[in-house]
Design a protein around this ligand. Structure first.
Ligand code: DAH
Length: 360
């Protein structure tokens, strides 16, 4: 009986040892095989986890040591430790190899880069001059604390005329060749001044904002007229606002837009029903010193109409004119962009001509 047990144990022991030995070898081989095909750090990490991670196959084998007899432990303990250390070392070496490979590839890429190479068929997009100008205008006014406002192009008679102190039958309506629509009392806005009404009605002073946008007038189209063009409205309402604030704002804006260290402005009276007093603000011609075709030989360019918001307009928006005052302006954005970039035909803006757009 005793002999039988011994024989059985002996057989069992030999078997375990043989199995462990071949298991170790198998693991080494598969690891080597897998490391040879690894291409990225991510793949390498997957291999590491498969062998040495918590659930990895080498880790699993190591956890079997505790089930072995003393004798087996003596023999396989060190072998298994060695298996783990070698695996770690090989993985590390593969990692370094990968890093070196990448560095080499990057170097080669730099080396192959030919600055003189001709690359056919590459077309770059260009921002429309309107977009460029509006971005610049946004920057200038937001740096002065203004908000950017927006509103609809389809408007009511009240927002476009009535609230702006231009009641029905007022002769000033003749200045605006209006596109009326099928919906009674509704039109395509003839100016961006509608936005000052919308914001004064919905917000309490102090208020400061600009609103660039499209405007429509029933005009015959030629090089300097279009039925659709852009304006930019501006409004500031607070206590104790004066014309001085308006002039300084106009000067600062024009100076920055035309990139001049200093720029003279000139002020003339102008009539707009929604301001009192109203002004035409001119700037010194930015193209000449003694007179040219742009300034019609006068050295002054008319660019910036504005004035102090009329008390009737404040009242139409429920703002008390005895408490608050404000200034408004509404320059022709299209005209300013034409001046800024030397564009001589308004029709180019919507021509879709690449030759035109590619210049910006
Ligand atoms: N809305 C005017 C126009 O289209 C321009 C304008 C002039 C706007 C004076 C203003 C202003 O706010 O104060 O002709």
């Amino acid at each position: 009986m005793a002999a039988h047990v011994t024989t059985h144990q002996h057989f069992y022991k030999r078997n375990v040892m043989k199995n462990l030995q071949s298991e170790i070898q198998k693991l080494q081989e598969t690891l080597n095989h897998q490391l040879a095909t690894v291409k990225s750090a991510k793949e390498l990490e997957d291999v590491r986890l498969a062998f040495l991670g918590k659930k990895g196959s080498i880790t699993a084998l190591l956890s079997e040591v505790k089930n072995l007899s003393l004798e087996e432990k003596k023999e396989f303990g060190p072998k298994l430790q060695q298996l783990r250390q070698e695996a770690e070392a090989r993985i590390e070496a593969t990692r370094e190899g990968l890093i070196a490979q990448h560095a080499q590839a990057a170097l080669q890429h730099l080396h192959n880069f030919d600055v003189t190479a001709y690359k056919p068929g590459v077309q770059h997009g260009h921002l429309h001059p309107y977009t460029l100008a509006i971005q610049e205008i946004h920057d200038i006014f937001t740096s002065m604390g203004y908000e950017i406002w927006d509103g609809p192009e389809f408007e009511t008679d009240f927002n476009n005329f009535g609230a702006l102190n231009i009641p029905q039958d007022h002769p000033a309506r003749d200045m605006y060749d209006t596109f009326w629509t099928d919906k009674p009392g509704h039109l395509l806005r003839t100016h961006t001044s509608t936005i000052q009404i919308r914001f004064m009605q919905n917000q309490k002073p102090p208020l400061a904002g600009i609103a660039p946008g499209r405007t429509y007038r029933h005009e015959a189209v030629d090089a300097s007229h279009d039925f659709m063009f852009m304006q930019c409205e501006g409004l500031l309402v607070d206590k104790n606002v004066t014309v001085g604030h308006l002039f300084a704002t106009a000067q600062e804006f024009l100076k920055t837009l035309f990139k001049k260290k200093s720029l003279d402005i000139r002020i003339r009276p102008g009539f707009f029903p929604f301001v009192e007093p109203g002004f035409e603000i001119d700037m010194r011609c930015v193209f000449c010193k003694t007179g040219c075709s742009v300034c019609k030989r006068s050295t002054w360019i008319e660019v910036f109409p504005g004035g102090m918001v009329h008390p009737n307009v404040l009242r139409a928006c429920n703002i008390d004119p005895t408490q608050y005052s404000g200034f408004a302006f509404g320059f022709g954005l299209t005209r300013l962009v034409m001046l800024r970039y030397g564009i001589d035909d308004i029709r180019l803006f919507h021509s879709g001509k690449l030759k035109f757009l590619e210049q910006f």
